[in-house]
Design a protein around this ligand. Structure first.
Ligand code: ATP
Length: 549
């Protein structure tokens, strides 16, 4: 069906059960951080048994991708990516690049006049990358102590939540898949969302809860339970903002649906080229908005009138990505009126709400509030320093005066992060560095090593300002204050950075290092958060020692 030169498909063999067919595309270009599944040539028209037989029961043979080492079986693993690929790399002894003394093209000495941070582009957080990073880091459920809020159009209709997966009356193969994944009971968001997701007649839903709380597992379960395996045409469409995130969802579908022999998944993503005239047979199509639009309207690979479930994942990231909201809305408008619309997001901002209302009519809304970051447990200080060298001296004095468990040091640019890491390593500190230069898998590995206490200092930029829980971080240092393009304090980033310490009810300390021209920014932050940031003399060791008490 998919000729070798045009189509790329991947047939997976699951050692623990019957295989489920997944058509995994090759990555069109080198992704930042995730090893793309290498392509292979289908010679059997997609038949799973034929593919397995042709390869001696090991699954299809694939050419080795450049730079990838073969698996023990002599061919690369057919696993696409995701948690497993992260875990396996760790198990193979994958070592993060860690700090480097020389970073060609980046390492420069500070200017004599001062910080010179302005002359270089700041490292900014990429929301899609952060989502992927969070997915890789959340290898188990994130507990959330907040209550779930459920809002519905018709307050008189009964609401219920489930306590066990059995209550959903799933097909036995699907229930088996859920239990094989180690899910003993539904998470908070699942307990409330699943009865709505599986309701008859279908109900539209907007669900918000922080990363790692079980949203993906919830809608994947809903898709797998909604489709009719015996019918060979697309029934569920699922959109995600990036190729990697789409493949992550497919990876969950593969695991959960491993015993559902008749259900198949395909990917509407760049690089998955399908020959003209093809009519898709897979029941679940997961993709990015641009390619999905192309498949639906230009290439007409599927009949949109037969779609019964439309899922938008990472909706907050989607609206931040240019063009994606309008493309998603175009797709949604062509779907049948009774198609179930589901929207998932980690945050619930005003912009998201506007977008959601264009896509989802008369929705039930489920919100699980994020644990709030607060500054109440955190003592905040600032030093006025002339340049990077003096900031570094202040940092050394801190190390000489107070006991520091683990520290996170935030720099505004990769250059200052490079400079600082070299200095600290030269002085014998165990330092890890995390900047946008690292791939997502490498970033996850650096964070995991820091969490495990293998390094005591993490020097980073805004790429890791939020979402990373390291219980033992005792101090946070802003080697440069977070500022926006207008050179004003970036309050949100400040809160996220400082919020890395003082977590889980512990006390934390935050130090801000500023030059004399930036002191007013400290006062803006004080005013904004109605908090006190005390000035310290970087050279006065006695005062620093008092901080211990
Ligand atoms: N009911 C459950 N019991 C145990 N583990 C679960 C359960 N549901 C999900 N998990 C696991 O918890 C982790 C996070 O789940 P999931 O990816 O579904 O969360 P999410 O809210 O979609 O996160 P993200 O926003 O990062 O995509 C995964 O490792 C998943 O396998």
């Amino acid at each position: 069906m998919f000729p070798h030169t045009l189509g790329v498909r991947d047939v997976k063999r699951d050692p623990t059960g019957d295989p489920m067919t997944l058509h995994t595309p090759s990555r069109p270009r080198s992704p930042p951080g995730i090893a793309a599944p290498p392509p292979f040539s289908p010679s059997n028209g997609g038949s799973m048994a034929a593919a397995a037989a042709a390869s001696g029961g090991r699954g299809p043979q694939r050419p080795r991708a450049p730079g990838r080492s073969p698996s023990p079986g002599g061919y690369p693993s057919s696993k696409p990516l995701g948690r497993d690929s992260f875990t396996s790399r760790r198990q193979e002894g994958f070592v993060s690049p860690g700090p480097r003394r020389e970073l060609p093209g980046h390492r420069r000495e500070p200017s004599r006049t001062g910080e010179n941070e302005d002359s270089e582009e700041d490292e900014r957080e990429d929301l899609a990358e952060s989502s992927l990073l969070n997915k890789l880091l959340h290898t188990s459920l994130v507990e959330n102590s907040h209550h779930v809020e459920v809002l519905q159009q018709d307050p008189s209709s009964p609401l219920f939540s489930i306590r066990t997966f059995e209550e959903l009356h799933l097909k036995k193969e699907l229930l088996q898949g859920v239990y094989t994944m180690g899910f003993n009971r539904p998470s908070k968001i699942q307990a409330n969302a699943l009865p709505i997701l599986m309701a008859h007649p279908p109900q539209n839903l907007i669900a918000q809860s922080q990363s790692g709380t079980g949203k993906t597992a919830a809608f994947v379960l809903a898709m797998l339970s909604r489709v009719k395996g015996a019918e060979r045409y697309p029934q569920c469409l699922c959109l995600a903002p990036t190729y990697e995130l789409a493949l992550q969802i497919g990876h969950v579908a593969e695991k959960m649906g491993r015993f559902c022999n008749d259900i198949r998944v395909t990917y509407a993503v760049q690089g998955n080229r399908v020959s003209p005239g093809t009519v898709l047979e897979e029941q679940i199509v997961i993709g990015t908005p641009g390619t999905m639009l192309d498949w639906c309207f230009k290439r007409r690979l599927l009949n949109m009138r037969r779609i019964c479930m439309f899922v938008l994942d990472e909706a907050d990231v989607m609206i931040d990505t240019q063009g994606f909201s309008s493309q998603s809305i175009r797709i949604q408008r062509a779907l049948p009126k009774d198609c179930q619309m589901l929207l998932f997001s980690a945050t619930f901002k005003e912009t998201l709400w506007k977008f959601a209302l264009q896509i989802v009519s008369r929705p039930i809304i489920i919100k699980l509030r994020q644990e709030e970051l607060t500054l109440t447990n955190i003592r905040q200080y600032y030093f006025v320093c002339r340049n990077w060298e003096q900031k570094y001296e202040a940092l050394c004095n801190l190390y000489g005066s107070i006991t520091i468990g683990q520290a996170m040091i935030f720099c505004q640019t990769r250059r200052s992060a490079d400079w600082l890491s070299v200095k600290m390593i030269q002085d014998g500190h165990q330092v890890a560095m995390l900047t946008a230069e690292l791939s997502i898998v490498q970033r996850a590995d650096v964070i995991q090593r820091f969490r495990d206490g293998k390094e005591k200092v993490l020097i980073t930029t805004n790429v890791c300002a939020r979402g990373i829980d390291v219980a033992q971080v005792t101090i946070v240092v802003n080697f440069g204050l977070p500022i926006n393009r207008q050179k004003q304090p970036d309050f949100e980033t400040y809160l996220h950075r400082i919020g890395r310490t003082g977590r889980f009810g512990k006390r934390g300390i935050a130090f801000n290092m500023v030059d004399s021209h930036s002191v007013h920014l400290v006062h803006c932050i004080e005013e904004h958060f109605q908090t006190k940031i005390k000035r310290l003399d970087p050279d006065c060791m006695d005062k620093l020692e008092e901080l211990e008490n």
